[in-house]
Design a protein around this ligand. Structure first.
Ligand code: SAJ
Length: 452
């Protein structure tokens, strides 16, 4: 037979050899790791992979972020990690073709909600498309973004297969390991937080387990299906949201009853079992707690179940900025001041103490509602100078008649009655119950907390 004659027999033989090829004979390099999405989740993970000896590619669609990272600049890292970034050899780029030949690809892009609180999977879809177009045989794809059950199997894997022409669990492997980063937490870090892993198959799960076992110093639960792993994160964060809603409702009730909810929760916490303290406040912000429950609510609704309890908790927590404003009105009335005639220092704009992140921050809701109602608002947040009316707390207090604390940053927790007296401030609304109430009341300040 003439050489190079492609008979049907020859083609069939080649095809069967290809399909029979040993699983680990892949066209990707397993010492290469790529992280798609370089925010507070992806960037620390990318640097950790580099520290553990991988050749790392960091991909993000934000040109400015990539430019800053190449310069060793980032606002999502702690001090230690920022030093490491300045020495990092990771390649940061907006060019997704760098994913070609990479053995492990992790996707850690945001999964926000739209204005109507329905899931916004656009960032995840576009990141998945970038991966699908550059996916090599034998690669392991891990989704770390928070998603509701079903997204991996019904959205992500179909995109990967369509764009790569590869089949999951035949040509590439797929797992879900929901992120558990706690911004600002120095104790629990990307390296030591226990993780759960779900796989499309046992092979996928095992490969993901070996990857995380190599880079983390943490317990790994790698026995889940994809939908179970997706559900774990939903359950974790909805748990927090409903518990915060529980104490927020108690706070509003106790304000009618003249009971100090903080003292009651602290006392209830002496019970060594079956109680977990959460504290009331002027609202629930961040990109996790007020967002994740909507993903589960939406998916359950599409499958015929109505999460009335989760929805009620969301309603209570979303009402708290309004409640804090009602506490301000009440305090101003007692002080004989008209809201339209006072200047209110809004202390804190970020959603959580001692960090700069303003996503879904209740402080922004309070600010906008107060301004809309004709109150003059002087904002100050030491972590968000660009949104502050003044450079310092002192200047802000100097110009104000009343204060509303929306974020319990260290600088605000340190406020004293003498300081307020010096600035002629007679009304304090403590939206995070972070000040010693009795001390301020003894000094003659009109004090309102949330549930105290
Ligand atoms: N909040 C309350 N009362 C509370 C706790 C929080 O009003 O008792 C408010 C905070 O002020 C903030 C919002 O809720 O506005 C969210 O606070 P958070 O402490 O839950 O902070 P996050 O959003 O950074 O939550 C993260 C989550 N981690 C992940 O999703 C990976 C969450 O699961 C953690 O429980 C949380 O950190 C944590 O423990 O600090």
């Amino acid at each position: 037979m003439e050489k190079n004659t492609l008979t049907a027999a020859t083609v069939a033989g080649a095809a069967s050899r290809y399909l029979r090829r040993p699983r680990d004979l892949s066209v990707v390099s397993h010492n290469k790791v790529a992280v798609v999405g370089l925010g507070y989740v992806g960037l620390p993970l990318a640097l950790l992979c580099e520290r553990k000896g991988f050749e790392v590619f960091g991909i993000d669609n934000d040109k400015q972020k990539v430019t800053n990272l190449r310069r060793g600049e980032s606002d999502v890292l702690g001090d230690g990690e920022r030093d490491y970034l300045s020495r990092s050899r990771s390649r940061f780029s907006t060019n997704a073709s760098l994913l070609r030949g990479v053995g492990t690809i992790i996707v850690s892009v945001p999964t926000p909600v739209k204005h109507d609180h329905t899931p916004d999977l656009l960032p995840l879809r576009s990141a998945t498309e970038a991966v699908g177009k550059n996916l090599g045989e034998g690669a392991l794809v891990i989704i770390e973004s928070t998603v509701n059950p079903g997204v991996c199997e019904e959205v992500v894997i179909p995109i990967l297969e369509r764009l790569s022409g590869l089949r999951a669990d035949r040509d590439f492997y797929f797992a879900h390991a929901p992120e558990r980063i706690n911004p600002g937490d120095r104790r629990y870090t990307v390296e030591n937080i226990p993780r759960v892993i779900g796989g499309r198959s046992k092979e996928s799960r095992d490969r993901a387990f070996h990857f995380y076992h190599h880079i983390l110093d943490a317990d790994l639960t790698a026995t889940l299906t994809l939908r179970e792993a997706e559900s774990v994160k939903m359950v974790e964060n909805a748990f927090r949201d409903i518990n915060i809603a529980y104490v927020n409702e108690l706070a509003m009730s106790f304000d009618h009853l003249g009971i100090d909810i903080v003292r009651v929760i602290k006392a209830a916490s002496t019970k060594p079992f079956a109680f977990m303290a959460h504290y009331p406040g002027c609202g629930v912000g961040g990109h996790c707690i007020p967002v994740d429950p909507y993903y589960l609510i939406d998916y359950a609704e599409k499958n015929g179940f109505d999460h009335t309890f989760l929805k009620t908790a969301r309603k209570i927590n979303s009402f708290m900025p309004e409640y804090a404003i009602s506490r301000l009105r009440d305090a101003l009335e007692e002080a004989g001041r008209k809201p339209a005639k006072v200047k209110v220092a809004l202390l804190g704009l970020s959603y959580k103490r001692d960090i700069a992140d303003m996503r879904e921050s209740p402080a922004l809701v309070i600010r906008d509602r107060l301004i809309k109602s004709g109150v003059r608002v002087l904002s100050f947040d030491p972590y968000v100078p660009q949104e502050s009316s003044f450079d310092t707390l002192d200047e802000t207090l100097d110009a104000a008649d009343a204060i509303l604390i929306a974020t319990d940053h260290e600088e605000f927790r340190a406020l004293t009655p003498e300081e307020l007296e010096r600035h002629g401030i007679g009304v304090v609304v403590d939206g995070r119950n972070c000040l010693p109430k009795e001390k301020f009341e003894r000094s003659g300040v009109i004090y309102r907390g949330i549930g105290r």
